[in-house]
Write a protein that binds this ligand. Structure first.
Ligand code: 3PG
Length: 394
């Protein structure tokens, strides 16, 4: 794919696909990470004299103009991050958008309204793609986190204009390539989270590519139960036992070591600061549930990490939002940060809860790379082709 290194934006109108789908509560942005990570691309284009037309989806308005899902408030947030004015245009295509694009001067930045206000966005309707392409001379995609969607603004329009990867897209792809495409070995993957059923493809793909696969979180209960260990009242998926055994066999055939919990932290109820016990995996009481992995498991994971060259982390090891069940996740996060800083471990994390877990542990800045993506990071770990990335290559 082509990067901004091969684009001279001076005097050109650049349609920039951003991902401004940021968390908002009561009308306020609660996490500006995506805005901050995107800003260097916009700044670079504007400083080089480009006319930057930013578009994005926000939430899931399903083709309707849902007022709470307007991108209008993001114009101010973007302006603050960029330290330059950002004007807002009420639609992403049509006469108003065309007039605004035509009136731009070099270095101007405008933000278009939510692409998903048009039903054609999610349908990848060529008409919407043409409407977007009409606004610009070139297309830059900086929305890796939306690249798993084959939509008009991520895929369709990329085929109608000279297309480039923005700096954030480039950083994401380079980090993921270093993690799984062409990694230095041994590679350890930590996969946590609640359900095996949502991570089947991911576990299957990782077991063929990494040297050690650590399985934690509630999904580990399903594997332990499938192996005949008692899991008491723990969250698990009884219908996934066969699948879990197949994943373990496949890993074995691929010479991938699977590290399951050795000990567990259990409690009678799931609530903050309830009394807990640490037990071996054969001693989970019938009336208790596992909510975190125990200290022996933490030590075993740390042993693997000390020998590792690369780590990919997706999903917490325990119910980290509810202390003390954040203990193992925080301990491993701190070890990962220390090894990254002192021993050259390449540590890459991303997807869903992972970023909040790493932030909660206070180590997000000390990892090699944290992806700004949720679903796209997962699909990439599953080995899938992301349409938004493929369109840049095609
Ligand atoms: C995300 O937040 O993961 C992306 O913005 C994609 O959003 P979506 O799941 O609504 O397509």
């Amino acid at each position: 794919f082509r990067t901004l290194d091969s684009l001279d934006p001076r005097g050109k109108r650049i349609l920039l696909r951003a991902d401004l789908n940021v968390p908002v509560r009561d009308g306020r942005i609660t996490d500006r990470t995506r805005i901050e990570r995107l800003s260097p691309t916009i700044r670079e284009l504007a400083e080089k004299g480009g006319r930057v037309i930013v578009c994005s989806h926000f939430d899931r308005p399903k083709g309707k103009r849902v007022p709470e899902m307007s991108l209008r408030p993001m114009a101010e947030a973007l302006a603050e991050a960029l330290e330059r004015p950002v004007s807002f245009v009420d639609d992403c295509i049509g006469p108003e958008a065309e007039a605004a694009a035509a009136a731009m001067r070099d270095g101007d930045v405008i933000l278009l309204e939510n692409t998903r206000y048009h039903a054609g966005e999610e349908k990848n309707d060529p008409e919407l793609a043409r409407g977007l392409a009409k606004l610009a001379d070139a297309y830059v995609n900086d929305a890796f986190s939306a690249a798993h969607r084959a939509h008009a603004s991520t895929e369709g329009v990329a085929k109608l204009l000279p297309a480039y990867a923005g700096r954030l897209m480039q950083a994401e792809l380079e980090a993921l390539d270093a993690a799984l495409g062409n990694p230095s070995r041994p590679v350890v993957a930590i996969v946590g989270g609640a359900k095996v059923s949502t991570k089947l493809d991911l576990l299957g793909n990782l077991s063929s590519r990494v040297d050690v696969l650590v399985i934690g979180g509630a999904m580990a209960n399903t594997f332990l139960a499938a192996q005949g260990h008692p899991v008491g009242k723990s969250l698990q998926e009884a219908e996934m036992h066969d699948t879990a055994r197949q994943i373990l066999e496949q890993a074995k055939a691929n010479h991938c070591e699977v590290l399951l919990p050795i000990d567990l932290v259990v409690a009678a109820t799931f609530a903050p600061n309830v009394p807990t016990r640490t037990v071996g995996i054969d001693a989970v009481p019938a009336d208790m549930m596992a909510l975190d992995v125990g200290p022996d498991t933490v030590a075993a994971i740390e042993g693997r990490l000390r020998k590792a060259s690369t780590l990919v982390w997706n999903g917490p090891l325990g119910a980290f939002e509810t202390p003390p069940f954040d203990t193992a996740t925080v301990a491993i996060a701190q070890s990962v940060a220390a090894l990254t800083q002192s021993a050259g471990l390449k540590s890459i994390g991303g997807g869903g809860d992972t970023v909040s877990a790493l932030k909660h542990a206070g180590v997000a800045e000390r990892m090699t790379y944290i992806s700004a993506a949720g679903g796209a990071f997962l699909e990439w770990l599953e080995g899938k082709t992301l349409p938004g990335v493929a369109a840049l290559e095609g």
